[in-house]
Design a protein around this ligand. Structure first.
Ligand SMILES: [Zn+2]
Length: 652
């Protein structure tokens, strides 16, 4: 823990993040609103001055049917839909007044769609909106400073705001008296010096990007409400029928909370970290299962990265059954799991997968805080790998029935191998051809290519990559190249090229056995090399006396060159031979003599290439049709299960 705190301090000074939010809000459960004020202290740490401060007002994505989010989503998120028939189902975040350093700046605040002279926003790059029906909405607001903020200048911004929660369908909102407050307050965008402000509209496929900050948040709600939040509760004060709950969190990139008068509370511990579970009435029997999954997640991420969870508290929220739109979402020190999935038997580890995954974002979303707008794979992709790693370490198989075992990586595999396009994972989340391609490439491809990397270099070396990544880039905003550079430092240039090619291009891996043939060796006949006639012998040699000349051709049908591959050849008499190919060139033939013909040849028998595009072509038999059928069937059935499971799996 000590190491972590030193690192905390170090990052704070080295990267120069210095920001704090002091927020007070009052929840009105009847009106589904919060009225609040926030004081933000922000300092320019770059040489480049700025005369604007852009703010994210994410809740405005739900204000009407013409926002970018609603136009892209059609009012649907995962399988949940906004019911458009009631005005109360919509939400917003209204900025009511702004002060900068004590001076009234309300007239210097504009929503992005109100800005008539965008050339003033030379530091600000709003997204190119190409579809005619989609215009910039109110999900960004801009404060125009009267004097540019120079390097080292700290400014104090005071904002009064009103947030109306939408009826929950996409992460945040209300259902009856339940509230999940995510992306609920005006939040400063990320300043990148000469690269300007990194601030995008709220898109369907995009999650979030923010700077590290200290938070102190006071939430006043009716006194029978239970509140769970990012941070540690430092104060609780009752005033008449209301109670004010104050939380503090240090060095986090976001702050979320939930309030409900029906919350049930369970507590546990992981080492010295207090764990809290908020769950709906009637789910007491799942408490043990949920804590087991959470602790298993804490263990496996600490193992993978060699760094334990660094924050002083963690809250797991299991949303009410009718508010599943709040489920499966991550915030620092607080995540939401799912309810309906608890009907699933314990040997189908989908609730576990969800909890492990959402917890895991506390590493790849909260601690590393990569830019999810522009490179979702750095969070979702690495985290999906780590989820499968966590299931494998904590539970073994994803599905573990007596008649069916499915390992965790299988779950991410099929979505990608079924995808036939050429897009690469590394691009802005709204630039993918479709929602499902965004998911396939941001989650699935990085998962199975990272798994392949682990298989190629071994788990110990692989974990070193994450150790180095953590030591160098935790609490900063690493770029894709930063991650690749850690692969290079630990595993070398070859694997740096491998992972970079996988992430930045549409490349795929596909090894295949092109042919596997055996021919009985025959004695010479015809004219020998001195032109003497030799007759072919009539009598057939006995099985024992026979020898065979065998030829196995392995082919690299993928886009990666110079990757090593093992080929296993099994002979009819049970004898096994293995060959190695360094992967240079397009194909390689192995020839050998034996006393028995080939039964079958198998490319990559140890399944190192978890990402191999087509497993069915990895095996070819020569002698027995039955073997061929069985071999192909067993590989094919694995793929078939992948397909079914992928269809059933939660859209996380
Ligand atoms: Zn995720």
């Amino acid at each position: 823990m000590r190491k972590v705190f030193v690192l905390f301090a170090l990052c704070f000074f080295v990267s120069g993040f210095s920001m704090s939010y002091d927020i007070s809000v009052t929840l009105n459960p009847k009106k589904k609103t919060i009225h609040g004020r926030e004081t933000i202290k922000w300092r320019n740490n770059f040489e480049t001055p700025t005369d604007i401060i852009p703010l994210h007002l994410y809740m405005n994505a739900f204000s009407n049917n013409k926002t970018v989010f609603m136009a892209e989503s059609g009012g649907k998120h995962r399988s949940f839909k906004l019911k458009e028939d009631k005005i109360d189902n919509f939400g917003y975040c209204k900025v009511k007044s702004v002060k900068v350093n004590g001076e009234n700046y309300t007239n210097n605040f504009k929503y992005i769609r109100q800005i008539k002279n965008p050339e003033r926003l030379k530091l600000f790059k709003p997204d190119e909106i190409t579809e005619i029906r989609v215009k910039p909405d109110n999900t960004i607001g801009v404060i125009f400073l009267k004097n540019p903020a120079e390097k080292g200048k700290e400014i104090t911004i005071e904002i009064q705001f009103e947030t109306k929660f939408p009826k929950i369908f996409a992460r945040t909102g209300y259902w009856k008296t339940f509230f999940m407050a995510g992306q609920w307050f005006p939040k400063i965008a990320v300043f990148e010096g000469e690269n300007g402000w990194n601030c995008h509209l709220f898109h369907l496929n995009s999650e979030f990007f923010a700077d590290f900050s200290d938070y102190r948040v006071s939430i006043t709600a009716p006194k029978d409400y239970v509140i769970g939040a990012t941070g540690v509760k430092v104060e609780e004060k009752t005033n008449g029928n209301f109670k004010t709950h104050t939380f503090e969190a240090k060095n986090v990139i976001d702050f979320a909370w939930t309030a409900w008068d029906k919350w049930q509370v369970a507590e546990d511990k992981w080492h010295n970290v207090p764990l809290m579970l908020l769950y709906p009435p009637g789910l007491k029997h799942t408490v043990k299962r949920q804590f087991k999954a959470l602790k298993s997640a804490l263990d496996s991420y600490a193992r993978l990265t060699k760094h334990p969870y660094p924050y002083p508290h963690f809250t797991l929220v299991c949303p009410p059954p009718k508010a599943q739109g709040a489920g499966g979402m991550e915030y620092p020190m607080l995540v939401t799991g799912g309810y309906t999935s608890y009907k699933i038997p314990e040997r189908l580890r989908f609730p576990e997968m969800l909890i492990i995954h959402e917890f895991g974002h506390n590493y790849f979303y909260a601690i590393f805080a990569t830019n999810e707008f522009e490179n979702a794979w750095m969070d979702e992709g690495i985290n999906s790998f780590a989820t499968a790693y966590g299931i494998e370490k904590g539970y073994g198989n994803q599905i573990d029935l007596p008649f069916l075992q499915v390992p965790p990586y299988t779950m991410e595999r099929l979505g990608f191998v079924m995808y036939k396009g050429k897009e690469a994972p590394s691009k802005a989340s709204w630039e993918f051809i479709s929602n499902s391609v965004y998911s396939t490439l941001s989650y699935g491809k990085p998962t199975i290519y990272l798994r392949t990397l682990e298989n190629l270099i071994g788990e110990e070396k692989f974990r070193e990559i994450f150790d180095v990544y953590y030591q160098k880039f935790a609490f900063t905003h690493p770029t894709p190249e930063d991650f690749f550079s850690c692969v290079k430092e630990v595993a070398g240039e070859k694997y740096y090229n491998f992972i970079k090619q996988a992430i930045t291009t549409g490349s795929r891996i596909d090894f295949a056995i092109f042919s596997a043939k055996s021919q009985e060796e025959q004695k010479l006949f015809g004219y020998d090399f001195n032109f003497n006639p030799i007759k072919k012998e009539k009598k057939k040699s006995k099985d024992k006396e026979k020898t065979y000349i065998n030829r196995v051709v392995v082919e690299n049908r993928g886009d990666f060159k110079n990757l090593p591959i093992k080929v296993l050849v099994v002979l009819k008499n049970g004898e096994k031979k293995t060959f190695q190919w360094d992967g240079s060139g397009d194909w390689k033939a192995f020839e050998f003599k034996s006393k028995s013909p080939i039964e079958y040849a198998f490319a990559d028998p140890d399944k190192v290439y978890a990402c191999d595009q087509n497993l069915a072509n990895n095996i070819k038999s020569y002698t027995s049709k039955t073997t061929k059928t069985i071999a192909n069937y067993s590989l094919g059935i694995a793929s078939l299960f992948e397909l079914v499971l992928n269809t059933l799996s939660l859209g996380i």
